[in-house]
Design a protein around this ligand. Sequence first.
Ligand SMILES: NC(=O)c1ccc[n+]([C@@H]2O[C@H](COP(=O)([O-])OP(=O)(O)OC[C@H]3O[C@@H](n4cnc5c(N)ncnc54)[C@H](OP(=O)(O)O)[C@@H]3O)[C@@H](O)[C@H]2O)c1
Length: 278
Amino acid sequence: MEVKTLGITGVQIPVLGLGTWGIGGLSNRNSGNDEIDIQAIRLGLELGMRFVDTAEMYGRGHSEEVVAEAIKDQRESIFLATKVSGEHLAYDGVLRSCEASLRRLRTRYLDLYQIHWPNTRIPLSETMKAMERLVDEGKVRHIGVSNFSVRQLNEAQEALSKTRVVSNQVEYSLTERSIERDLLPFAEKKKITIIAYSPLARGQISSQAHGDRWIVLDQIAKITHKTRSQVALNWLLLKPTVVAIPKASNLDHVRENAGSVGWSLSEEQKERLNEAFK
Ligand SMILES: NC(=O)c1ccc[n+]([C@@H]2O[C@H](COP(=O)([O-])OP(=O)(O)OC[C@H]3O[C@@H](n4cnc5c(N)ncnc54)[C@H](OP(=O)(O)O)[C@@H]3O)[C@@H](O)[C@H]2O)c1
């Protein structure tokens, strides 16, 4: 699997990770699909997607429990990321949430701990003080954020006294490109990794049928002998600071997504997609 450097850290992470929204339930716990989800995560790991992204809110914590089961015995070789919810950003709330995630994930440390979404009612300085304590205690290796604007990213960085914000997890796909206006150039300049969520537009990229843009995507898929989803992920990963975390419970989808790396769209194909999906 190809790798990219995480922020300014020098740490190499796989360009494709495994998203887990829906694994272990959505807003509520659901263990009905655990067995197949564990298989899907393990297959993704085997195929090189050794970066797993989860959150305390997914399935009310059950997503983290499913991930723990899937990665047991191989924790040390996996880049493990989770998130603290926006309503738990008070100092004690962050510490409590982290302890609970560590317990559910059955691990001593998180590779990346992300603020899931901003909360304007709690000063970022308070949240970041707790995050830095977790780094000092060895429970968190790197601090990231999610759904932060450029202004909020700057504030987050200013609130840290001795570490850096290494990543911002935001929606980015062929059909959702608004970060290209200011967030993406900012991240490139400041060397902050963009973790693209919903990179397949929640599955719509493979299923949308009508319109000129889809004809272009189908033509490029045909020329490259790839699928729409593979082309869409490859296009995202052409950006130097972007990694992506598609979610797939279906084993064929996992295999297909793994096939979106190891080759590259040509400059001309990239430009055609830029134009069609602008
Ligand atoms: N930070 C945030 O606020 C935030 C918000 C949203 C998402 N996320 C993260 O980003 C991850 C990915 O985003 P997402 O789950 O919203 O959307 P996504 O990855 O764009 O799409 C997932 C959907 O696409 C389907 N799929 C996957 N691979 C496919 C393929 N090759 N062909 C056709 N369909 C395919 C999946 O079906 P199957 O499962 O049936 O395979 C699933 O229904 C999440 O799981 C989560 O970890 C973060």
